[in-house]
Design a protein around this ligand. Structure first.
Ligand code: PLP
Length: 380
């Protein structure tokens, strides 16, 4: 088998081995249903309780504010759709660069909900003054409406981290609730829901070395949201369905491991990132690095002049190297992505965009090979 170099960690990550070990008993021997009152069920219930405590500690929340979901997409849909149904007049303000889990959920809500997508600047930053002027204007037209602002903590395609504390302050000043899609941020940068003034936060385990098919939604105590799935009494009757105990346990172990090593991992990944950029700059290739200086460690969006990101992806694939053209969830769409369009990148570069996303398991040798193969691809 040829060697694999995996450099698409913003799409998904390798499962933490400690998380895998912690999950195994709940798949093989401790498989009780957490809703059953006998001891075998109570063991599963206790495992969920402990995991909820760990997860909530990692984001400075209370355990009862964490609701387990099946993924980041579900968490995003829960907030957007619940908000749209909760009142006759709802206004949702989001940004042009959100993940499709937000944008397509907004497209699917009832017509009575007004959706406003605010622009980002060339670095992919959503500015407070832009949000404030939109909120001011909207409130003059929709004085009786309920407002939700949903701005992602970090962008999946270009890595830009938003000034969430400042944005949530603006939202609250105008009486709006504040949601953030933190799927790319949780487990990679410090996320503190209290300090950041967050009402709702979405996260997904497979982005921080947890299992796929599990995530969570943080809902601030006292903030109203409708249940997302009706049925049994699971998740305090907010999200019914027999719990995925093994994955919940695995998610908690993976998140705690990443949080305990947050700075160490970030330093290591940032060193690899610098190495890639320095080598590419020295090669003389004509490219632009997208995003802001304040970005998720290892998220490297590059746009090569007069090139084709799809072509680069497939040529790298032939060498056993996994990179992306942007969002993993958008791989069927071969056009310039909505994020690259939104930052208004020079057309000569836009089509030649790729994303290399380095993770804690990548090595110096791997990043050197990635750069060498990229340079070869352009020179021959
Ligand atoms: N939001 C962002 C910013 C993402 O990057 C992703 C996945 O790429 C999602 C939401 C969807 O998460 P999930 O794959 O867990 O549904």
């Amino acid at each position: 088998m040829r060697n694999l170099i995996y450099a698409d960690n913003a799409a998904t990550t390798q499962l933490d081995s400690g998380a895998f070990d912690a999950m195994k008993p709940y798949l093989l021997s401790e498989y009780g249903n957490a809703s059953q009152p006998y001891f075998f069920g109570r063991k599963a219930k206790l495992a969920i309780k402990n995991a909820r405590e760990v997860v909530s500690n990692c984001i400075n929340a209370h355990p009862e504010e964490v609701f387990f979901t099946s993924c980041g997409t579900e968490s995003d849909n829960w907030v957007i759709k619940s908000f749209s149904h909760s009142s006759k007049q709802a206004v949702i303000i989001t940004s042009e660069i959100e993940h499709h889990a937000i944008l397509n959920a907004c497209d699917a809500v009832s017509e009575s909900t007004k959706i406003i997508k605010i622009p980002a600047n060339a670095k992919g930053e959503v500015k407070c003054d832009v949000l404030e002027s939109i909120l001011k204007e909207c409130q003059s037209y929709h004085s009786n409406a309920q407002f939700l602002v949903s701005i992602m903590t970090a962008n999946n395609e270009i890595g830009t981290i938003q000034a969430i504390r400042e944005l949530s302050n603006v939202a609250h000043k105008y009486g709006a609730l504040f949601h953030t899609d933190a799927v790319q941020a949780v487990g990679h940068i410090k996320v503190n829901v209290e300090e950041m003034g967050i009402d709702f936060l979405s996260a997904s385990a497979h982005k921080f070395n947890g299992p796929k098919g599990i995530g969570f939604l943080y809902i601030k105590k006292g903030v109203h949201i409708n249940p997302f799935i009706n049925g049994g009494a699971q998740e305090s009757m907010m999200r019914a369905g027999t719990e995925n105990v093994a994955s919940i346990v695995g998610m908690a172990v993976a998140l705690k491991n990443n949080i305990d090593n947050l700075e160490k991992n970030a330093d290591y990944i940032s060193d690899l990132e610098r190495r890639i950029i320095q080598q590419l700059q020295a090669s003389g290739l004509d490219f632009i690095r997208n995003g802001s200086d304040n970005h998720i460690p290892g998220n490297i969006s590059l746009s090569f002049k007069n090139s084709d990101g799809e072509m680069i992806l497939h040529r790298m694939d032939l060498k056993g190297i996994c990179i992306s053209t942007g969002s993993a969830c958008d791989s069927v769409n071969t056009q310039v992505s909505h994020v690259i369009k939104a930052i208004r990148l020079d057309e000569r570069y836009a089509k030649g965009t790729i994303r290399i996303s380095i993770g804690k398991n990548n090595t110096i040798e791997e990043v050197d090979t990635i750069v060498a193969e990229l340079i070869k691809l352009f020179h021959y």
